[in-house]
Design a protein around this ligand. Sequence first.
Ligand SMILES: [Zn+2]
Ligand SMILES: [Zn+2]
Length: 127
Amino acid sequence: MSPAIQQRCWNHADREASCRCPRCGRSFCRECVTEHEWLLLCAACLRTAAGDGAPRGGVFRRLLPAAMALAGLLLAWLVFYGVSQAFLESATRQEGRVSRRGSGGEARAGAGRVFGAAPAPDRRRPA
Ligand SMILES: [Zn+2]
Ligand SMILES: [Zn+2]
């Protein structure tokens, strides 16, 4: 039982394989392989080899938009983070002012003192 006799073409089950594709390792008849850069490649591997280069390049090209989108998202997040930080800082400052004005008894007391110190009562007495 020698493997040479058992080898059949991947595309033609009735034909005996004469060579093997070094890329995918499948056996093909001489008709199904094409010489590409000193290698006999099958039709599928020839397509990937003659297409956009190596499969790794294809994967990289597929991942590149995702990486770019991720980088853009990161940049947007950084910008948003910076803006939100600045906004939060100003908001907390405003909140501090508002809370001092609204619920702060000291501010009201201070205002009352100012009113009390104002010459309004003095004006009422003579009037
Ligand atoms: Zn192949
Ligand atoms: Zn064949």
